[in-house]
Design a protein around this ligand. Structure first.
Ligand code: GTP
Ligand code: NA
Ligand code: MG
Length: 293
């Protein structure tokens, strides 16, 4: 792709952290819904993606990730799509195993980090102690002369969330993120499932190009002609430019989360791409097997 075609796009912000530290609750607050309460066992099992318009008018794409130990490869996939990471650390619990894992992931991906010390409404919260623990993990917080912003919040009362939004916008400004809205679509599969009415559906985040109904997409060893697109509230969408999360309908089979999604010229081109991949060992064709262990 030519760098001449690059235009600013909303940053993709991934929310990471140890299990139950409040990632989904924070995202619920940001989009004013209540997903955390509906989750089986209160545990996020997949990466959710949605777009939020802040009170200032800016748009951000948020990815939720699971904190549970079993989902480390999902966290790694989230990190690869990410422009800015929010590390959520519960103020009463402090730095835990997956908190450290997230710090390492973010560092190896070279992604800018903003810390949200959550649950500060709890009497047991000790944000100073958490900041010192983070420093010991090598997170260079502003308070200690570094460049990582840290904000104290409560995802339940919303206290501090406007300051977190400001911190994210400041970070986004420092790290101008660009995408090419023209040309063939490139996207990443976030998650997929079989919908009772719609059949196999996949939520994807567009990286380049502008996705429209009728586009033919190939992901891993399956393909689909997009016959409907919805936003995360199931409102129909006409087009999805870079950074847009979108639910796509029309897949032959379920694509695997983390797979790259490429636009094909036609249905027959898509069919032969998939056939070629199926006859080549995964290791050689570059198709990743993304099963959770
Ligand atoms: P996983 O997706 O399973 O890793 O968890 P999570 O990080 O998304 O945490 P979740 O949002 O599911 O919250 C876990 C529990 O902490 C829930 O009972 C929330 O109500 C509670 N919680 C989250 N944020 C806060 C907060 O700011 N204050 C208080 N008091 N409770 C919170
Ligand atoms: Na949880
Ligand atoms: Mg969650």
């Amino acid at each position: 792709r030519s760098t001449l075609c690059l235009k600013p796009r909303p940053p993709v912000v991934t929310v990471m952290g140890h299990v139950d530290h409040g990632k989904t609750t924070l995202l619920d607050w940001l989009r004013k819904t209540s997903v955390a309460e509906r989750e089986a066992g209160g545990i996020t099992q997949h990466i959710g993606a949605f777009s939020v318009q802040l009170s200032t008018g800016e748009r951000l794409t948020f990815l939720d990730t699971p904190g549970h130990a079993a989902f480390s490869s999902m966290r790694a996939r989230g990190a690869s799509l990410t422009d800015i990471a929010v590390l959520v650390v519960a103020g009463d619990d402090g730095v835990m195993v997956q908190t450290r894992e997230c710090v390492d992931l973010v560092r190896s991906a070279g992604v800018p980090l903003v810390v949200a010390i959550n649950k500060c409404d709890k009497p047991g919260a000790e944000p100073e102690r958490v900041e010192e623990e983070l420093l010991q993990c090598g997170v260079q917080l502003e308070r200690f002369g570094g460049d990582v912003q840290s904000v104290r919040i409560s995802a339940v009362t919303g206290r501090g969330v406007p300051q977190l939004e400001e911190a994210l916008l400041a970070e986004a400004e420092l790290n101008a993120v660009m995408g090419d809205p023209s040309g063939p679509v490139e996207a990443v599969v976030i998650e997929s499932h079989v919908d009772r009415g719609l059949g196999p559906v996949a939520s994807v985040v567009v990286r380049h190009g502008t996705l429209e109904c009728g586009a033919v997409l190939v992901a891993g060893r399956t393909w689909g002609k997009v016959r409907a697109m919805f936003d995360e509230r199931r409102k129909p969408m006409r087009e999805a430019p870079p950074s847009t999360p979108v639910l796509t309908v029309g897949w032959r089979d379920l694509p695997t989360s983390g797979d790259n999604c490429l636009q094909a010229d036609s249905e027959s081109a898509a069919r032969s791409m998939v056939q070629h991949r199926a006859s080549t060992p995964a290791r050689l064709s570059g198709v990743r097997e993304n099963r959770e262990s």
